[in-house]
Design a protein around this ligand. Structure first.
Ligand code: SF4
Length: 559
């Protein structure tokens, strides 16, 4: 499938002679190339590592099952795209954990790259296996496989850890030390790294995992995130890598702001990305303009958790239009928060190719939104959609959550009623039926959020709620989409799990679980079997509320 994704050689790829650098880092994206190459963090960290004269950064992605079978059949190790080097030749492999359902992909890549799956089986000759990203905030489920988790911003912490690994490894070899001692030295040295092997886990009388405790002197009890003070100091490359095959997103992305002023109780992103830091409008425009000239791209995407909260939005859009419209480049904004600014933002975004607006009201009734800490009003939402339809948009996609605490049928009915009201509004303004999609996700209480101690609603509740929505949506003109219950359940297990869950991940992978985020490949039966064989009662991990005084498996990471 898509052979172009396995060969490298794209414009913008950086190839350095192996002997010209002191260290080699491989950025490992645990999903397929077309997803990974759309990731902003990959382009940024690849560029930052390669801009150092002493390090080379290469890339590797999860192969599709046909390629995995080919590699195994011909006894070829998984290799990097730049120099086609086997993974076990690198000094450091860094996995970007964007979502929990990619965990089995990490195992596939380690195994194909000829690196021992378990941390305990690696020696000082093996690469350091590190991980960062949104799903690294609870290290425990992947503790058997990842040596070290980097918590927080990667711009400064990643090169610091890479350099320290080479230094400590060198010293460890000279003094006859082993890998565990070198990892312990790293755990002592950096407050933002979590080395699970340096922590031991106990269980209470009910079998619940307690917060891991340091197993060696000097290892900190808590890990705190790395935070850079100014995102403007670290610019994405203007000559980013241009893929040879079509990717999910093929545009120039510029992060305009990190952090979100919102405090939604279910949201882990706002916790992870604090505090708010903004890039200057003139820097954004320069990066966007130079990137379009360098890559030929005709779309610029402004990234942040909540672009409509960027304090210089009007100034930015005026400058961008001046520079980019003559190049026939359009500007897209993937994350708009519904607030009083939304309708004016819609006016600013008018371009000939603008066609879709994506919003995340999360709940349909103002009262529920107050409860979840998202003070969005339907008045703002409808005003924003009105402005969008009047300015050429014909498609509105809205994300809602189902299974929120104290949710009632009125909240579910509200999803359909609000979506239908927006559909009618679009029809009236545009003179023809717009596309309105209500996308309903199943609420998973995530670690580190104010709702981390709430249990996920039962499978029975979700089935009943989905049925209720299905009945209501008939003949409304609104398209209703749900997230699969099976994958939401698994997501909850993998994000809330303790160290024992690693056995389930490994067994599911042995049974054949691959590319779990892809509906074409997902095999719930493998996971079911893995859970049964593990004899671990996973229901308390997923569904039970955790008392306020009880310890949490992810409690040693503190935001
Ligand atoms: S507005 Fe969005 S990013 Fe901000 S806290 Fe709420 S859900 Fe999170």
């Amino acid at each position: 499938m898509l052979p172009g994704q396995y060969i490298g050689g794209e414009p913008g790829a950086v190839i350095k002679e192996k002997d010209s650098v002191k260290g080699r880092f491989c950025y490992a994206f645990p999903d397929v190339y077309t997803i990974g190459m759309s990731n902003y963090g990959l382009q940024l960290l690849y560029h930052l590592m390669n801009s150092r004269s002493d390090w080379a950064c290469e890339r590797v992605f999860t192969p599709y099952p046909d390629m995995e079978a080919g590699l195994r059949q011909y006894n070829v190790p998984l290799y990097s795209l730049e120099t086609h080097s086997p993974l076990n030749e690198f000094d450091v492999i860094g996995f970007s954990l964007q979502y929990e359902l990619c965990f089995t992909n990490v195992l596939t890549m380690l195994d194909l790259g000829r690196i021992p799956l378990h941390c305990r089986d690696r020696s000082l000759s093996d690469p350091l296996i590190i991980a960062g990203g949104p799903s690294a905030v609870n290290p425990e489920p992947m503790a058997d496989f990842i040596d070290l988790f980097v918590i927080g911003d990667g711009e400064e912490s990643l090169p610091a850890v890479c350099n320290a690994w080479l230094e400590e490894k060198h010293q460890g070899r000279q003094s006859g030390g082993n890998r565990y001692e070198v990892l312990t030295a790293l755990a002592r040295r950096f407050p933002f790294v979590a080395v699970p092997q340096c922590y031991t886990v106990d269980y209470d009388s009910s079998g619940r995992a307690l917060t891991p405790k340091p197993a060696a002197d000097g290892v900190p009890e808590t890990v705190r995130p790395a935070i850079i003070d100014d995102i403007g100091k670290y610019e994405p490359p203007t000559q980013r890598i241009v893929p040879l095959v079509e990717c999910v997103q093929d545009r120039v992305a510029v992060e305009i702001m990190r952090g979100c002023p919102g405090r939604c109780k279910f949201c882990v992103s706002t916790v992870q990305k604090r505090p708010i830091r903004c890039r200057k409008p003139e820097d954004i425009v320069r990066i966007a303009y130079d990137s379009c000239l360098a890559t030929g791209s005709n779309e610029v995407s402004l990234l942040s958790l909540s672009t409509s909260d960027y304090p210089h939005f009007d100034e930015l859009m005026t400058l961008l239009k001046e520079k980019l419209l003559p190049l026939n480049v359009t500007v897209s904004v993937p994350s708009l928060r519904v607030n009083h600014q939304l309708s004016s933002v819609m006016k600013q975004l008018t371009t000939e190719r603008t066609s879709g607006l994506t919003l995340a009201p999360e709940a349909a009734l103002d009262e529920m939104r107050q409860r979840i800490g998202k003070p969005v009003t339907n008045e703002n939402l409808i005003a924003g959609c009105e402005s969008a339809f009047a300015n050429g948009f014909n498609r509105v996609k809205m994300y809602f959550l189902c299974g929120l605490p104290e949710e009632t049928n009125a909240d579910l009915d509200g999803i359909i009623e609000l979506s239908y009201e927006i559909w009618q509004l679009g029809k009236k303004i545009r003179g023809k039926a717009p596309t309105v999609i209500a996308n309903v996700s199943n609420f998973v209480p995530k670690p580190h959020t104010p709702w981390e101690r709430i249990g996920m609603a039962s499978q029975y509740y979700f089935l009943t709620a989905h049925d209720h929505l299905k009945t209501r949506v008939r003949r409304s003109g609104v398209a209703l989409k749900y997230h699969s219950l099976e994958t939401s359940w698994l997501e909850a297990l993998l994000c809330r799990g303790d160290r024992r869950v690693g056995k389930i991940i490994e067994r599911a992978w042995q049974l054949g679980a691959r590319l779990d985020t892809w509906t074409d490949y997902f095999r719930g039966d493998y996971w079911e079997q893995a859970v049964l064989e593990s004899a671990i009662d996973v229901n308390p991990i997923i569904h039970a509320a955790v008392p306020a005084e009880a310890e949490l498996p992810w409690g040693y990471v503190r935001f």
